[in-house]
Design a protein. Structure first.
Ligand code: HXC
Length: 297
């Protein structure tokens, strides 16, 4: 869809780039000639992804172990990256989420999500953005949000609150940094099934089943299907390229128009009983424990 070298010469950092949507966007940046840097908490997962993407697309993918919840760790890693060579693009993709009745959340449960999505995204944006300003270099930021920045979302209140904050950061920084050549936009993906998100948001459904499910849950999507990674990869590539620099401060939904139907988790989850919620929590926590076992930072 684009010229092969559309992103040639660009150095792009994708947070949470080892898996899920971050890995898929990295694949397309690499395909269009960018040098890709990925960071995340699970170094083993990052390294496997880097190898897979380089074997498939060629080019260079570098890995950095980083938990974006630590501001000093973020600053150290961004400093190390800029000392090698300045970045041209940043994708704020790292996130945390799980469905839960809000009354069942502990403070730590709220903080687990807000500290990644709200605080961590700001730390990375700040560390990268201030270096671009100091160097007088242009830069391009994309944050991965969700359509619940416009609708709110029952049963994922910490994520809805945090992502809405990043939506506001996108609008605010686009105006504050407009003259500097640093621009900032966001993508609000609808259903793009990935292992990590599905285990925490739709634990009763296999992400592969969701892809072929046109008669079940996704019959509520006006297009009758979930999104394809190539569609997301193309949008991220377009936003990262230089042809649309006047596009600034926008959050763009890519969801087959699902949010316009008023579709959030509410309809699926409002009728669940106490025992259903207990079972869902156990299933999500067992996924979290398995992931934790793979972490090294
Ligand atoms: C209630 C829960 C819970 C659950 C965890 N907690 N899961 N509470 N229901 N299902 C509580 C724990 O009990 C604990 O509180 C607190 O949260 C912290 O738990 P930890 O496991 O110690 O947290 P941590 O290791 O920091 O893990 C963070 C995480 C985890 C967010 C909880 O899920 C994670 O690492 N996620 C990363 C990947 C991810 O979430 N991907 C999905 C992104 S989807 P107590 O009080 O018991 O100590 C997304 C939006 C997509 O972002 C939008 C699609 C439309």
């Amino acid at each position: 869809m684009f010229k092969e070298d559309l992103l040639k010469g660009k150095r792009i950092l994708v947070t949470g780039g080892g898996s899920g949507l971050g890995k898929e966007m990295s694949r397309y940046f690499l395909k269009y000639g960018a040098e890709v840097l990925i960071c995340g908490r699970r170094v083993g997962v990052l390294e496997e992804t880097a190898k897979e993407l380089m074997d498939e697309q060629g080019g260079s993918v570098k890995c950095y172990g980083l938990d974006i919840r630590g501001p000093q760790d973020v600053d150290n890693v961004i400093n190390e990256i800029f000392e090698e060579a300045p970045l041209d693009g940043l994708v704020n993709n790292a996130a945390g989420n799980f469905i839960s009745r809000t009354e069942d959340l502990s403070h730590r449960g709220f903080d687990a999500i807000a500290s990644i999505v709200f605080h961590g995204t700001f730390y990375v944006t700040h560390a990268v953005g201030k270096r671009w300003l100091e160097l007088g270099r242009p830069g391009n930021i994309i944050s991965i949000l969700a359509t619940w920045v416009w609708t709110g979302s029952a049963f994922t209140v910490p994520s809805a609150m945090s992502k809405s904050g990043i939506h506001s950061m996108t609008q605010s920084l686009a105006t504050e940094w407009g003259k500097t050549g640093v621009r900032i936009n966001a993508i609000a993906p609808g259903p793009f099934p990935t292992e990590g998100a599905w285990a925490r948001l739709s634990p009763n459904q296999d992400p592969d089943e969701a892809k072929s499910d046109s008669s079940g849950a996704y019959s509520q999507n006006p297009m009758g299907r979930v999104g394809e990674m190539e569609e997301l990869g193309n949008l991220a590539t377009f936003l990262m390229s230089d042809g649309c620099n006047y596009l600034n401060g926008q959050t763009i939904a890519i969801d087959g128009a699902e949010y316009l139907t008023g579709g959030t988790f509410y309809r699926q989850l409002a009728s669940l009983k106490d025992e259903d919620w207990d079972a869902l929590r156990d299933s999500i926590k067992s996924t979290n424990e398995k992931d934790k076992a793979k972490r090294s930072v």
